[in-house]
Design a protein around this ligand. Structure first.
Ligand SMILES: *Cc1c(COP(=O)(O)O)cnc(C)c1O
Length: 362
């Protein structure tokens, strides 16, 4: 069978160039070659995340670091902001780590609003908060800046932000936001193969981790810090991923961050226009739509066109492209199409041509 191009919201299509970098000959992770590699990408990562702190490399999917944040930082109780499948799951993970945890739940497709976060944090019950910037399951982007602004009012609450499907696609600045942990996996907006995550921690987060007695080893934030100071990782990393990340960062800075963000705005707008042009509405509340995918409403909410998603998806796949048929409880009543990674106006136009051909056959 021929290759099916991925337009699902992660993992996304990986370029031949990235795979070439991925396949470079192996080196030892304690040798100078690896240290030089990590030292070279460190300032690029710091610029991308807008952090003065070191950026760590974790050989795990994003959930590893998401769980680690709970284990390293929560001693009193964590408030998990929930607005979709990934953010809902974080409450479950907090509890599985044996922590006291509450959910701030809103309906899928609705944003987490700063006023509600403020109201909950004002109880004084919490020492940590988790937020997913771009809730990939329903194509919703939360108002991160407004929520992060609360950090000034609650300096003792550690703010953990998942930017798995937004980092590198939209502007991000860890220092300006004033948050404590920023994390992302690389198989979404970075368009690398799955298996590596990157994250950065504030001095307050590191201090809090130091006081936590049961943070384990593999995901111990202090081990990441200690090793990163020597351009190393606590345990053997996926060196291949680091090669691929290095190649990608060179591409990102060659394109320029502003150009990259503009490209994502443009390709996302093309997909929004495509949906509207065919009578569809989007699932997320207006004003909170993601910039890296569209989650198209297909009966989950009143209004807009409704089609047979499974049939549509199959017709598109027959043309060599995979789109997503909806996540979890909104499977079939929504569908999702990604513009993350290396997609260009030209490649999105080619996708739209295929979508149009499939729609015509329904
Ligand atoms: C995909 C995703 C995750 C989980 O990533 P894994 O690689 O499966 O660990 C977490 N958060 C968001 C927002 C995601 O899109």
């Amino acid at each position: 069978m021929g290759h099916v191009k991925l337009h699902i919201p992660g993992p996304v299509e990986v370029s031949d160039k990235t795979f070439e970098a991925f396949c470079r000959p192996m080196i030892g992770h304690r040798g100078q070659g690896f240290k030089d590699l990590y030292a070279r990408i460190q300032p690029q990562l710091q610029t991308l995340l807008g952090t003065r702190q070191l950026v760590y490399l974790s050989t795990s999917s994003a959930w590893g670091v998401m769980e680690a944040a709970i284990r390293n930082l929560v001693s009193k109780k964590v408030l998990n902001c929930m607005c979709g499948a990934f953010s809902d799951k974080w409450l479950d993970v907090s509890k599985r780590c044996g922590k006291a945890a509450d959910g701030l739940q809103v309906a899928w497709g609705s944003p987490i609003l700063a006023a509600e976060v403020d109201r909950r944090l004002a109880t004084g019950e919490y020492d940590a908060l988790t937020l997913i910037h771009n809730e990939t399951s329903c194509g919703l982007m939360n108002p991160l800046e407004e929520i992060a602004a609360l950090k000034a009012k609650y300096p003792d609450v550690l703010f953990v932000v998942d930017t798995v499907s937004s980092l590198s696609a939209v502007p991000m600045n860890f220092e300006t936001l004033g948050i404590d942990v920023l994390l992302a996996g690389v198989q979404k907006a970075f368009a690398l193969p799955p298996g590596l995550s990157i994250f950065t921690c504030s001095p307050a987060a590191l201090a809090k981790a130091g006081a936590a007695g049961d943070r384990g080893y593999y995901f111990d934030f202090l081990e990441f810090q200690k090793n990163a100071e020597q351009h190393m990782t606590p345990s053997t990393p996926s060196v291949s991923h680091v090669y691929a990340l290095s190649a990608k960062l060179d591409d990102i800075f060659a394109e320029g961050l502003e150009g990259r963000y503009a490209r994502h705005r443009r390709t996302n707008q093309m997909l929004r226009d495509w949906a509207a042009g065919h009578g569809f509405t989007l699932f997320p509340e207006k004003g909170y739509e993601s910039m890296t995918l569209v989650c198209v409403n297909n009966g989950a909410k009143p209004g807009g066109r409704v089609i047979d998603v499974a049939k549509f998806q199959k017709l598109v796949k027959d043309q060599g492209i995979l789109i997503d048929g909806g996540y979890g409880k909104i499977k079939g009543t929504t569908f999702r199409i990604s513009n993350m990674g290396d997609e260009t106006p030209e490649s999105i136009q080619a996708l739209i041509d295929v979508l149009n051909g499939a729609l015509a056959k329904l």
